[in-house]
Design a protein around this ligand. Structure first.
Ligand code: FES
Length: 353
């Protein structure tokens, strides 16, 4: 039963019962009198405005907290890291060249084709057209999955728990579609049913993918807000002479944690100012860049994030290696009477705070 139908039915039944004392809903059951549902201690109110959580939130929250998934999730992560050790391949699959993650882009083609096939089959349409779309979807699934697994291998634990279930659901969906094609090729019945089942599972997998992207911010730019919340006016950072030379430190500029590096005069940054100020949050998953390693890469001074080893040019914050796909926001600097001031570099036509 779909969620709306379920809620409509419970609302109807709730109107028949008398209102009981408020108390915890029985675990795993509907408390009709108080119009609440309890899954493992997480209560969903049927009034629609007391908890702000949806039924799917309860399920995904359970997955996010399922430490039992850590072992298989960790094994999968290690396997992917061993299978794809090359930085070149990892950057390609992360989508560094594209400027944002490759996986969701490829998933449009795979999922779009497969779900379209399911809709054709569910509405009694042409088997030939459906089979063609399933073939396209299955072909697109391999690079889509490769990109997704590489992103997965650089995620947080709770993202990997959800990612593992997302992958398992998608594998089940792809098996249904492959089975549908095999049934049709061998002249057996059941292809249409398998295609529709694949669509349902694929939709569930897509919902988990959406949760990964929008609730858990996997693949999002974690520094995107800096040009908005960073101060647009000059703010005092500190006395320049008191900053260590050649060692990045963290300073707050307004509300934004900043990576501050006073340069060694030998630093290879063309026309370098005395100091560089960047956002301290790595765009990948907010790792503290000032704790990273400085190094020279192709003659450029770079910083490597301490969490998942994304590499950025210190001079302008651009990404050299992923998993990050977005640049680190920059601050302008000026030195007045030996005191360093900084303000965020804003986007054209967009005001900062
Ligand atoms: S937080 Fe993952 S590379 Fe920086």
């Amino acid at each position: 039963m779909r969620e709306e139908e379920f809620f409509a039915e419970v609302r109807r039944l709730g109107q028949l019962g008398s209102r009981a004392e408020a108390g915890p809903a029985p675990a795993g059951r509907w408390d009709l009198a108080n119009k609440r549902y309890n899954i493992g201690g997480l209560t969903r109110s049927l009034s629609g405005h007391s908890t702000g959580m949806g039924l799917t939130d309860l399920l995904t929250d359970r997955i996010e907290r399922a430490t039992a998934l850590d072992r298989p999730a960790g094994a999968a992560r290690d396997l992917v890291q061993r299978a794809v050790p090359s930085r070149w391949w990892r950057d390609l699959l992360h989508g560094l060249w594209l400027g944002h993650p490759l996986h969701p882009t490829l998933a449009q083609l795979a999922l779009g084709s497969l779900v379209s096939a399911s809709l054709i089959d569910a509405t009694g349409g042409s088997r030939r057209e459906s089979s063609r779309l399933i073939t396209v979807g299955l072909l697109a699934a391999s690079p889509t999955a490769a990109a997704g697994w590489v992103d997965y291998s650089d995620g947080h634990e709770e993202q990997q728990r959800v990612g593992l279930v997302h992958a398992a659901t998608n594998i089940a969906a792809l098996s249904c579609y492959a089975g549908a094609l095999l049934c049709r090729r061998s002249g057996q019945k059941g292809g249409r049913l398998l295609s529709v089942a694949g669509g349902v599972l694929g939709g569930l997998g897509a919902a988990l993918g959406g949760h990964l992207s929008f609730r858990q911010a996997s693949g999002a730019n974690h520094a995107a807000e800096v040009p908005h919340v960073g101060p647009a006016d000059w703010r005092r950072v500190g006395v320049l002479a008191e900053l260590p030379v050649g060692t990045p430190v963290r300073r707050m500029i307004g509300d934004v944690p900043a990576f501050v590096l006073r340069h060694d005069p030998n630093d290879p940054i063309d026309g370098a100012p005395a100091v560089t100020v960047l956002s301290d949050r790595c765009p990948h998953l907010s790792g503290p860049l000032h704790e990273g390693q400085l190094s020279l890469l192709n003659g450029q001074l770079c910083i490597t994030c301490p969490w998942h080893a994304s590499v950025f040019k210190v001079g302008d914050g651009t990404v050299v290696h992923g998993p990050a796909t977005a640049a680190v926001p920059r601050f302008e600097t000026q030195v007045d009477n030996g005191v360093l001031h900084a303000r965020v570099v804003t986007l054209p036509g967009v005001e900062a705070s």
